[in-house]
Ligand binder design. Structure first.
Ligand SMILES: [Zn+2]
Length: 232
């Protein structure tokens, strides 16, 4: 699970979400050179080699096109983009914790729809939903909560004229009602921020674990977590 691929900013609160481009290239090069198969989330329903990796990018930051995309393309890699539909002028960090009011994520440039279309046309990227507004789902009113999950899919399907096979719970915060809504919305898969690697066959395809890739850890840690799913 990645968010931004960009250099760290002095004094910034969210540098752990920023993987510097050179570091990201080391990750992708390592995977490509060590026999890993790259897959989109939708491909998880197929039989895949044991060493298969699914790279995901949450939210829709512009650096995903600027820095991550050329690296992915160079190594014939693939990634899945979890796009917030209404992502401009929004500081979703405050939806999780009120004291997260730095505006840092709001000011971070986001992908335009045209840029997303360019990424999808390349074949490198698959599109997934990440709600309309990056809502804290269990805290939302019932109708809004359903809209975030269900319309979060239909709006992207109409806008980009393609199926949206998977979903990412904002902040990784969800409960059984959100899983039910994800099923009702028709997603084949949904991803969480629970750390780890799911054994096959998936017991809970709408609650897949992920491995957080921090911008503050080296290649050694990356390799360890590919193997164990854990930090230590
Ligand atoms: Zn997010």
């Amino acid at each position: 699970m990645y968010h931004m691929v960009s250099g760290h900013r002095r004094g910034a609160k969210f540098n752990k979400l920023r993987v510097p481009p050179a570091q990201f290239e080391r990750h992708v090069a390592y995977l490509a050179e060590n026999g890993w198969t790259f897959a989109h989330v939708s491909e998880l329903k197929n039989a895949l080699p044991d060493k298969t990796v699914v790279l995901t990018f949450d939210d829709g930051y512009r650096d995903n096109l600027e820095y991550a995309h050329p690296i992915l393309a160079r190594y014939n890699a693939k990634a899945t983009l979890y796009l917030v539909e209404d992502r401009f002028d929004r500081d979703w960090s405050t939806a999780k914790k009120a004291h997260h009011d730095s505006g840092e994520l709001m000011q971070e440039p986001k992908l335009t729809d045209t840029e997303v279309e360019t990424m999808l046309a390349s074949g490198v990227w698959e599109l997934g939903a990440h709600t309309l507004t990056h809502a804290n789902l269990p805290a939302a009113e019932p109708q809004l909560r359903a809209d975030e999950v269900i319309q979060g899919r239909t709006v992207l399907q109409q806008k980009f004229n393609q199926s949206i096979p998977s979903f990412a719970y904002p902040f990784g915060i969800y409960d059984t009602e959100d899983v039910r809504l994800a099923e009702q919305a028709g997603y084949d898969f949904a991803v969480t921020t629970k750390e780890g690697i799911d054994p096959l066959p998936y017991a809970r395809p709408l609650e897949l674990k992920r491995i957080k890739v921090s911008g503050k850890e080296g290649l050694w840690s990356f390799k360890l977590r590919l193997r164990t799913g854990r930090r230590k």
